[in-house]
Design a protein around this ligand. Sequence first.
Ligand code: G6P
Length: 611
Amino acid sequence: MCGIVGYIGPKSVDSVLLVGLTRLEYRGYDSAGVAVVHNGELQIRKERGKIKDLEELLQSHPVEGHMGIGHTRWATHGEPNRRNAHPHSDSKRRIAVAHNGIIENHYELREELKREGHVFQSDTDTEVIPHLVEEELKKGVDIEEAVYLAIRKLRGRYAFVLVYEGTPERIFFARDGSPLVFGSGKGETFLASDLPAIIPAAKEHYIIENEEWGWITRDRLHLFNGDRREKTVALEKITMDVKDLDKGGFEHFMLKEIFEQPGVLRRIIQERLGDNSGKVSISEKASEMQKLSRLSRIIITSAGTSWHAALVGKLYFERFAKISTEVDLSSEFRYRNPIAEGDTKVVAISQSGETADTIASIYEAKAKFLRVLSFVNNTSSTIARESDAFVDLLAGPEIGVASTKAYTAQLLNLLLYSAFLGGVKWILDKDERQQLFDEVRRLPDQMDQILERADVIKEWAKDFKETKDFVFLGRSFNHPTALEGALKLKEVSYIHASGYAGGEFKHGPIALITDQVPVVCIAPQGDIYEKMLSNIEEVRARKGIIISIHTEGDETVPSLSDYSFPIPACSEVLSPLLAVVPLQLLAYYVAVERGCEPDQPRNLAKSVTVE
Ligand code: G6P
């Protein structure tokens, strides 16, 4: 949800900013821009569209210099056009600002500033920031004071970077709610929304906290708190590897990440079950034994794909630890004023760790004195830091906007954590755990077998190029798989798709079925198998096109299907981890067939940092 970057150093600033912005493009790609100060002059270039459009503009209209800021936008206020592209400037074009987040009181600030004679060029909330700083400067204060006074007038969630013609070699910044990281390299410094934008040049980093502000110079970070007291900064080494940020020979990140899943599962298994003791290794803080043995209720809060993982997580917590579990969409959590009674834990699930609604639900939980455990892929994220403890998903950087490997990593970590709780609460004995873990250890190879047959689905995709609607059906552990399969397809191919619990099908969705509608039926062997057969028959009777996901060796489901894809035999509880993979491939290949851009679907952003 908007990416920002700032650089001071010996390199040509435009190339550094373009690399950084490209790595942040997962946060939004409606427009992009840079502002550079060189020889006391501010130069701004911005363009509608993606970073490559900005790059073309910079070729025809180059900028020169060694200090500047950049922005890639996911539009909140104002159309995604060039006028609304960041950076935004003040009336005299001496100050430029790139911002991520929302300034909630921008209407009233804008009116006040207009009364003082400021003329606005865009429809954005951001533009009030350079005008506010300009207004303070007019009163005769210096730039540090002006930035500080401007920040004090802002309400909302934000991170911004600011350059000013009058201060070469200084980039100002402030954070309250949206992520911002400082990076330090050899004779150069950086600011960015996320670490991938600044590696490998930045070797050490500091995560800017809420209400901190200050400026960077070529050699250091000058950091202040809300009372203007300077803070000492302890830099940490950056361990992220730049190799994880390229496509590794795949056409798209989405496909690469789908294929990375067996490796991710192996990593989680090694980390959590590696010592073969029959115990799950979970970070110390996440495993405070005494309290956990009394735990009687879990509320899971999350959004998007992470919400689907939560739905599976509920079934795991209830099955393996006998803990009553509720699942909330994080955007809805606070509206129902959740009851904080008994020994309740809130579990937040998030790939990015920066989803604004999920962060808000954590604050809501903490206000009710509930303890929060998060499952996050980005362990330096706001969610990881605001939670009492976190479990690292260990999926590695996920760049494709549609989440794939983080989802299966969420499922496996939730499964293992629920087995861990089951052990703590004496629900699962050692043999039962061992049996489950033996099966878990087979998952990566089983997933490899599915991926070896990816070309089957690639072929199918040709038949669905013109399809208008899809329906996905699943039950029990695979009801969330149906929801996730439908979401994936919608996200990347723009085909309308809905997922339903098989049992609900006859209560409405069945009215959608014609001979033009493919119905994906997730029907592995297990308790729900026969019920799913009934669903398949219901679709057949109405001439719907049946695409089935079934257990290898089963002949009945394929005989009733138009398209069928086998997954290796596994227990029903583990089947969501395998059954989702062909659905991810289906979404990907259909998107490619339709000429869509699966890594950057229209209107979406990977990290949704506004509520
Ligand atoms: C966005 C992304 C989804 C993701 C959701 C929740 O909508 O496009 O892929 O599932 O946010 O994100 P989180 O990072 O909290 O898991």
